[in-house]
Write a protein that binds this ligand. Structure first.
Ligand SMILES: [Zn+2]
Length: 257
């Protein structure tokens, strides 16, 4: 008798719990719909209104993204090959291919010039999820964003590579050290210069603050776009000066095709 009562009671309370759960879900859905109605979320890139099924980016902008799928490669990628014979790099990853006036351009433009640090963070989270699938990144213990000119950081309000690193850090649960290399001191816009001039320029600008020894074993440098790899090459050489044994990997939001 007692057992029957207990069973009925448990059955009822289970049903109740399910019912409460169901009601809570419904309320939460109404709340989401209401918030969406009052503050419709918009695409981080083009600012068009998003449907409730889209997360941060609209289908049109997502379609513009040219993913590398490097996380699935078993052979060396073009990014690995870029550093062959230059500097020793442990592992590399780039999330998107970038072609001027073509794929991936809108997202990079919005990240750099439209005051949208959230794009860096969201993309960083996506990158973090892919890095989890790559065993070569499992030992990374710190993220170092490529510094930008302090004047640029002041007008932009943020360093885009740092935002990407913040997103990655959230997923991988490792620290970001933004001032590892100090601020860049750069006199002319790098984009106007050729590869070798650029290399010199980069060396000079980071020389100001000597990179000290660190207790980290495997650092990953985070960049927004890799073109010639000259900036990264210079940074890696400088880090190695005082840390010859350190493992260095590279993570970038995009690489030019
Ligand atoms: Zn869009």
């Amino acid at each position: 008798m007692f057992l029957t009562v207990k069973c009925v009671y448990e059955l009822e309370s289970n049903n109740n719990a399910e019912m409460i759960d169901f009601k809570l879900q419904k309320i939460s859905k109404w709340k989401d719909d209401l918030i969406h109605l009052i503050y419709p979320s918009s695409c981080l890139i083009c600012e068009k209104e998003l449907s409730e099924f889209n997360n941060h980016f609209c289908p049109f902008c997502t379609n513009e993204l040219n993913f590398t799928y490097f996380e699935r490669y078993e052979e060396p990628t073009i990014l690995d090959q870029l550093f062959w014979g230059r500097v020793n790099v442990y592992s590399t990853y780039a999330h998107l291919f970038f072609e001027k006036e073509k794929s991936t351009q809108p997202i990079l433009h919005a990240l750099k010039y439209k005051d949208k640090p959230e794009i860096g963070i969201e993309m960083g989270k996506e990158i973090g999820e892919n890095l989890k699938k790559m065993s070569s990144f499992s030992s990374v213990d710190v993220l170092i964003p490529v510094p930008i000119h302090s004047k640029k950081q002041f007008t932009r309000g943020y360093n885009q590579s740092e935002k990407i690193a913040d997103g990655i850090a959230e997923v991988l649960n490792i620290p970001v050290v933004p001032d590892f290399m100090g601020h860049a001191k750069q006199t002319e816009s790098q984009t106007k210069k050729g590869r070798f001039l650029r290399w010199d320029n980069v060396e000079n600008k980071f020389k100001a603050k000597k990179i000290a020894s660190t207790s980290f074993k495997h650092i990953a440098i985070v960049d927004d776009v890799i073109t010639t790899g000259a900036t990264l090459e210079a940074i890696i050489r400088m880090i190695r000066e005082n840390n010859p044994e350190i493992r260095i990997s590279i993570i970038s939001l995009a690489i030019t095709k």
